[in-house]
Design a protein around this ligand. Sequence first.
Ligand SMILES: Cc1cc2nc3c(=O)[nH]c(=O)nc-3n(C[C@H](O)[C@H](O)[C@H](O)COP(=O)(O)O)c2cc1C
Length: 242
Amino acid sequence: MSTPILPAPDAQALNPTGIEQVSQCVRTLRSVRRFRSDDVPITLLDFVLDHAVCAGSGSNRQPWRFIVVRDRTLRGELGDWYREAWQVLENSGYTARPGGSVRASARRITASARYLAEHFEDVPVVVVPCFLPVPRNPVDLFGGASIYPAVQNLLLAARSVGLGTVLTTPHAICALDRTGRPTAHEALYLRLCELLAIPAGVVPAALIPMGWPAETFGPSRRRPAREMTYRDRWAQEWGNVQ
Ligand SMILES: Cc1cc2nc3c(=O)[nH]c(=O)nc-3n(C[C@H](O)[C@H](O)[C@H](O)COP(=O)(O)O)c2cc1C
C-alpha cells in the first residue's frame, strides 16, 4: 500500500488527489465502537444511504431496505436486546480462541465490543440493512453477496464524512445454526424482528451503530494482500509478480 499512486493512465480514472482520497477512505475505515452523543444530521444520513444503494446486486434486484433507528425509546429497547444477544455470543465461546490463547489484539476487540454492548443505547443512530430474499437470492453466501456490497458502501460513505460505524451481527448466532435450522435462541432473533417490525422472511443483515467517533479511525491492521493472493491457481504464491 506504500507504493506511490501512478498518474491515471485513463481519462475515466479519478485524478491523483481523488485516488488518494478514496484510498485513504478505504485504508482508514475501521470499526468505531465508542461514539459521541451528538446528533447526526439527516442530510448526512441521506448521503450515506444514497451511496449504499449505489451497490450492485444479482440482476439488479436491489433486495434491500434500510431501517434507520433514531428514536430514543427504541434505541433503549434495542440496547437491552443487543446486550442479551452479546451475552449469548460470549457464552457460546465465540470470542474465545482455541487452546485458550487469546492474542492481545483479540482481547482489545472483545473489550471494545463489550463496551459497545454496554453503551448501545447511547449511539445516536443504528442502521439495520435488511435483506429481501427470493428463491434466486436465498439467505446464503450468494444471497448475502447481494446486500453486503451495499453495506460496505454505507460504511465507506460514512467514513468519508467522518462518521464512525461498526458492522455487527450478534443476531446471527440466534437465527440459524450451521445447517440452516433455527437455534435454541430463535426467540431472541424473533424479538429483534418484532422490535423493528421486520416481517417474516425479511432478514436483518446487520446492526450498524453510527455516529461521531470518540476514537480515531484506521489504519486498519491486515495481513498484506500479497500473502493472501495466489497466482493463477490455489496455493501458488503470488510472490514477486511484476
Ligand atoms: C461479518 C462481520 C460481523 C461482525 N460482527 C461484529 C459484532 O457482532 N460486534 C462487533 O463489535 N464487531 C463486529 N464486527 C467488526 C469486526 O470485529 C471488525 O471488522 C474486525 O475486528 C476488524 O477490525 P477493524 O474494523 O477495526 O479493522 C464484525 C465484522 C464483520 C465483517
